[in-house]
Design a protein. Structure first.
Length: 129
């Protein structure tokens, strides 16, 4: 059974080179069906399949907003304040309009270089702990 009440169906299929492959099909009400073929049953059991649908539909700004609303209030007041300031500043940056699935390490590196060019020090730029 998939998370969220979906139904997972597994089928044995002919794979490359005459080997057996497994296809997982996940159907959830209100969502597109998802399919994934695994080369071995072990891959399927380890849960290698990860859907990118949510990451492709969620921007960094939306993720930050959700984090600030759901997680930040559970932090110590000083930590929560710092996260709100950093989150709001990053939420206004053009990077925040990108989807989570499209973000790459080079994008973050470019952001860090930009902040360095603005004269910000390493402790200002570093990721909050």
């Amino acid at each position: 059974m998939a998370k969220g009440g979906g139904i997972a169906t597994f089928r044995e299929r002919p794979g490359p080179g005459g080997r057996t492959a497994w296809q997982a099909q996940i159907i959830r009400r209100g969502h597109e069906p998802q399919y994934r073929t695994f080369d071995t049953e072990a891959e399927m059991a380890r849960g290698i399949f990860v859907s990118r649908a949510e990451a492709e539909a969620t921007t960094l700004a939306e993720a930050l907003t959700r984090y600030l609303a759901e997680i930040t209030p559970t932090k110590k007041p000083t930590t929560a304040y710092r996260e709100r300031v950093i989150g709001r500043a990053l939420g206004c940056h053009p990077l925040a309009r990108r989807t989570m699935a499209s973000l790459r390490g080079k994008d973050v590196a470019a952001y860090v270089r930009q902040r360095q060019g603005d004269g910000k020090g390493a402790n200002t730029i570093r990721l909050p702990s």
